[in-house]
Structures are given as C-alpha cells and as structure tokens.
Design a protein around this ligand. Structure first.
Ligand SMILES: Nc1ncnc2c1ncn2[C@@H]1O[C@H](COP(=O)(O)OP(=O)(O)OP(=O)(O)O)[C@@H](O)[C@H]1O
Length: 360
C-alpha cells in the first residue's frame, strides 16, 4: 500500500488521481502493441461529478477500468482516495471494490433475482448478515423510488426502473465513489433526465463522488461540475464544465460540443462564409453571454453602436452545470469603420465573441 494512504484526508485530496498513466494492449506474438492511454494526468475532485467525454475508442472505458483495478496501468499510477490501486493484492482489491459502486449502460441485473435480491447481492457477497441486509435494502429502494417494487423481476421493469435498481445495488456497500459507464445511453431523454436528477441528488445528499464516462454531451452539461476530454488516449482539455463548454480550446472539444451547446448557423449560411471579408460583405459573429454579461442588455447597446444594420440570426439560452449561458449569432457590415466600432464595444464590455466568417 502506498504511503499516501496514511496521510490525513482533506477536501483538497482528490478522490481519484491518474499520474502519467499509460495502457498498452497486445504486443505479443509479433503483433504490434496498441496504446489505449498515452500518458494521462488527471484528478477527480472529492465530492464532484466529473464527466469524461470522448469519441468511441478514445480510451474512456480503459480509464474507468483502471480505477477499480479491472486493468492495471502499463506505466504510471492510479490512486483512489490516496491508495495506489496497482499495489493492491486480491484482498485489497476486493475491499477497494466495496468502496466503489458501478452502474452500466445495460444495467447488468440478474434476471432470476427480484429487485430486492439484486440490491442485496453485493451485501451477500460481502458476507453481511441477513438482518443488516434487510435493514439496508428497504431504505435503498425508497431512495431510488422503487419502494413498491421489491418483489418484481427485472423483466417486469422499464429501462429507467432497471437503472434505479442498478443505482441502489451500486450504493448498497456505501461506496465513496460511483463509476458510471454510459448509464443513460440506453434510455429515452425523459428517463435520462430522471436518472440524472437521481444521481445529482445522491451526489449532494450522500456526498458521493461520481465519475462518469459518456458520449452524450447533454449528460455532462446537465450534471457534471467538472469535465475532461479524452482523445486518442490523452486528456486534451479539462476543467469546470461551464468553462470548458463555453470556451472550448481544443479542436476535439469543439467538435464534440458543436451540436450540444449554444446555437449554430444553418449550414446554407456557414458553408459559404470566408475567413476574410471582401467588399460589401457582412461579418457573422457569435456573441456569448455568461456570468455578469448574461444579465446586461448588451444587444440593444450593440445595435445602438452599430446602427440599424444589425441582424439577429439565431439565439438560445442554455444552462450548463446549473449556470445560465446564452449565445446569439448576429451579422453586420464588415466595413472597417463598423468592425472597429464593434471591436471597441466588445473590449469595453468584456463580451466574448467568435467570428464565424464573412459573406454576403
Ligand atoms: N483488452 C483490449 N485489448 C486490445 N485492445 C483494447 C482492449 N481494450 C480496449 N482496447 C482498445 O483500446 C482503445 C480504447 O478503448 P476504450 O474501450 O477504452 O474506448 P472508449 O472510449 O471507451 O470507446 P467506446 O465509447 O466505443 O466504448 C480502443 O481502440 C480499443 O479497441
């Protein structure tokens, strides 16, 4: 066990840390090795809901399997609550896994067991006595809203109800960390929302840290306080969800988010835009409102600054990790005098803008 395990735990100590983690698969029998993780440094803050997003094959599942010791790093170190996962023996891994709950896309319930018995399973495996199990399972069923379904079998439940059983089962051993592997990907939008509400409530009320991997940007946008973007085995961007989603820096993040955040111009306009203005062109600009700017009447002032020739083409108000965020696409003449006036206005007001291009 690592020496870090003996240090006092503070809020500042992350729940999970990845330090220089690489993971290679294969490489035996003359086959080339494949590098699924290429050097990951990353921390999951205690009490956070942290999302990991990335395209298919980017390394999300590998990352999460390293946390509960289903995989071991080729190099580097993964620690959960200060404990080096790679240094644990079988008994150590068993006790670590009791402290980590996991929920899955396809729920992984045992079809021959009732709701109650599915939730009790991890406690039975841990050797907990029948009376304690009885005392724990009832409140767990109530917590996930299935108090009246104890004797039902998985086949009798909807997808959302099955995931609620999965969540109750994951919480049975009172874990400090919940890993979620695409837990809402098989659910419709309304059911997804109710499961996300439940995860948010569990995070808040039980203080449980949640690490989730997903290809659904909406999931991260709705509940994750923090996010990391993984691309070809590397974390290319990480930070508070609001910051990363409103000001994405990396090309992969921008591509993943393009449909999920703010507004887009219709393609028939955006396809024809040039990167520099020609005579008589208009500038197409996205204005982004957040924090203080979300509440100031800046559009009216911009119109006053630019004159009557301001077109509002698209707009949306959104919420990211509980914070309001608005975006507006406008166009105005791209002559030097107007561009200068608009630029001055953006500098003075601190408004965030993105020039989409120039066109007729
Ligand atoms: N056991 C394994 N043996 C060989 N290659 C593997 C193994 N596990 C994963 N890989 C490869 O590592 C890469 C990352 O896989 P991983 O499952 O972590 O990606 P992912 O981001 O979770 O993708 P998805 O969203 O499609 O599940 C993929 O190219 C995958 O084929």
């Amino acid at each position: 066990m690592s020496i870090v395990a003996h240090l006092p735990k503070t809020d500042a100590q992350p729940m999970v840390t990845f330090e220089g983690v690489t993971k290679r698969f294969g490489g035996s029998g003359g086959r080339p090795a494949f590098s699924a993780l290429a050097g990951v440094d990353f921390a999951v803050a205690r009490g956070s809901i942290t999302g990991i997003i990335g395209r298919s094959g980017a390394g999300k599942s590998t990352l999460i399997r390293l946390v509960n010791g289903l995989e071991t790093p080729s190099t580097g170190r993964v620690a959960v609550d200060g404990v080096d996962v790679g240094a644990l023996d079988e008994a150590g891994l068993r006790s670590l896994r009791r402290e980590i709950g996991m929920i899955f896309q396809h729920f992984n319930l045992l079809s021959s067991r009732t709701v109650r018995d599915n939730i009790a399973l991890p406690l039975e495996i841990a050797g907990v006595d029948a009376r304690t199990i009885e005392a724990k399972v009832g409140p767990l069923m109530d917590l996930v809203g299935l108090g009246d379904k104890a004797k039902r079998y998985p086949a009798e439940l909807s997808g959302g109800q099955k995931q609620r059983v999965g969540i109750a089962r994951a919480l049975a051993t009172e874990p400090k960390l919940l890993l979620s592997d695409e837990a809402t990907s098989a659910l419709d939008p309304e059911t997804t929302q109710s499961i996300l509400d439940l995860l948010k409530r569990i995070n808040r009320e039980l203080g449980l840290t949640v690490l989730l991997i997903t290809h659904e940007m909406e999931v991260v946008k709705t509940i994750a306080s923090d996010v990391a973007v993984i691309d070809r085995g590397l974390i290319v961007e990480q930070g508070r969800t609001f910051d990363v989603f409103t000001r994405p820096q990396h090309e992969t993040t921008r591509a993943l988010l393009s449909a999920a955040v703010g507004v887009k111009l219709p393609e028939w306009i955006s396809n024809d835009l040039a990167s520099a203005p020609s005579a008589g062109d208009r500038a197409f600009v996205r204005l982004i409102f957040f924090g203080e700017t979300a509440f100031r009447p800046l559009t009216a002032r911009l119109a006053a600054e630019i004159g009557a020739d301001l077109n509002i083409l698209a707009g949306a108000i959104d919420e990211i990790a509980g914070e309001p965020f608005g975006s507006l696409v406008v166009s105005y003449p791209a002559d030097a005098a107007t561009l200068e006036r608009a630029g001055r206005f953006y500098r003075e007001t601190g408004l965030t803008t993105e020039v989409l291009g120039y066109g007729a």
